[in-house]
Ligand binder design. Structure first.
Ligand SMILES: [Zn+2]
Length: 399
């Protein structure tokens, strides 16, 4: 059901906060003000709701067209077995975790499963943390399911009310109550999902009681491992990328500060060939700072961050090699594909670079079956760097 907050009692409405529990986010972090009115602090950021408000829960009228799944390319053997695994989980009524490296084509493995649910006139939520990726997946899903009403939902978007298939940010799940029969969550082991009880509650609130959950991730942390060991989650590991190339093993180089002679020497060496280079830094401020330094030195360089307005134009220039070096905050971790690129991470010991984000970054290289280098510059080797390297070696062993 789709939820709207109103300030008068209606038939299908429930009190927004009752018995010190919030009905919008299922939180119990309630504060009572001097007038005796309760406020939920957990979902305060969306907009303040109080015990004087109501959640109006609306049943959506879904348009169930005849669903046709149209994929113009053959799935690899591994993708097919991933897809079959999910279909089997559906038959056995089991939740599933699909572990796959970047570039393995995880999205395509979910198509058969999604179609099964849509054909049964059920609702599907595909949860993706990043808006950039949502836009891409939305486009792809629309072409895979040309006759189905697919929609996407992120901050500032208006939901197409009759859509049975919604691609949505985790934060926007707050608008649903017992809505989805299938929820697929991408990158469940990374920010913002990792250890985030609030978002877990939103998943819990938006799914139907008997819904199927599919988690997808490049890494698995203790919690999911435990669920797999307990038999609560069916597990499938897909280590191969669709072009069957191993992931590049990151090389660590000791380096202090953001840039220095060592870094520039390597950049110059990499740039001798006709290849692109993506340099990752830990913040927008550092991206701008590095762009200024490198522009003065005469490099063909441009920073791309969440604040860059013409992102697509910059990416196009880089694809065509009219721009040789891209400096990125973590915005380009996933979802982008370039041919013949190398990757450098500066200050990779920063806490911004988790195991999962470093694996994703390494996965930018060699996505088209080509080869490339991945170098992490750091003052000291962090635990996350070591864990990322170890996981990549493990993945490659499966090849
Ligand atoms: Zn709340």
């Amino acid at each position: 059901m789709y939820e709207r907050i109103i300030n008068e009692k209606k038939l299908d409405a429930v009190c927004a906060i009752e018995s010190l529990k919030c009905n919008r986010c299922f939180g119990e972090n309630i504060k009572i003000d001097e007038y005796g009115i309760s406020h939920c602090l957990d979902c305060y950021d969306y907009f303040n709701i109080t015990s004087l408000d109501y959640c109006l829960r609306l049943k959506r009228n879904l348009s169930h067209n005849h669903n046709v799944l149209r994929v113009d390319f053959p799935l690899t053997r591994e993708q097919k077995s991933g897809s079959q695994f999910l279909v089997n989980c559906y038959k056995e009524r089991k939740n599933a975790l699909l572990q796959a490296v970047c570039g393995a084509g995880k999205t395509e493995m979910t198509l058969e499963l999604i179609k099964l649910f849509l054909d049964e006139r059920k609702t599907v939520g595909f949860v993706i943390p990043r808006v950039e990726i949502i836009k891409q997946v939305f486009k792809r899903m629309k072409s895979y399911f040309p006759f189905t009403s697919v929609s996407c939902l992120y901050g500032g978007c208006i939901l197409v009310m009759d859509s049975p298939f919604i691609i949505v940010t985790p934060q926007q799940l707050i608008k649903f109550y017992r809505e989805f029969d299938l929820i697929i969550i991408d990158e469940v082991d990374a920010f913002p999902f990792k250890d985030n009880l609030f978002l877990e509650r939103l998943v819990d609130k938006s799914k139907k009681d008997d819904a199927m959950l599919v988690y997808m991730s490049a890494t698995i942390s203790g919690k999911y491992k435990k669920m797999i060991d307990n038999g609560e989650l069916a597990y499938f590991l897909l280590a191969k990328r669709y072009h069957e190339q191993p992931l590049p093993i990151p090389k660590f180089i000791q380096s202090d500060g953001l840039v220095n002679k060592k870094v520039f020497t390597l950049i110059n060496l990499l740039q001798e060939e006709d290849r692109g280079l993506i340099i990752y830094v830990s913040s927008i401020k550092k991206a701008t700072q590095l762009q200024n330094i490198m522009s003065i030195e005469g490099y063909s360089v441009q920073a791309i961050t969440s604040e860059t307005l013409n992102k697509n134009a910059v990416l196009k220039l880089f694809s065509k090699r009219e721009l040789r070096i891209l400096i990125s905050s973590t915005i380009l971790e996933r979802g982008v594909t370039f041919k013949n690129v190398d990757v450098i991470v500066l200050q990779s010991e920063s806490e911004v670079f988790t195991q999962s984000s470093l694996i994703q970054i390494a996965g930018r290289v060699g996505r088209m079956g080509d080869e490339g280098r991945v170098i992490f510059f750091a003052s000291t080797v962090s635990k996350e760097m070591l864990a990322a390297k170890k996981a990549i070696l493990e993945f490659n062993k499966q090849l």
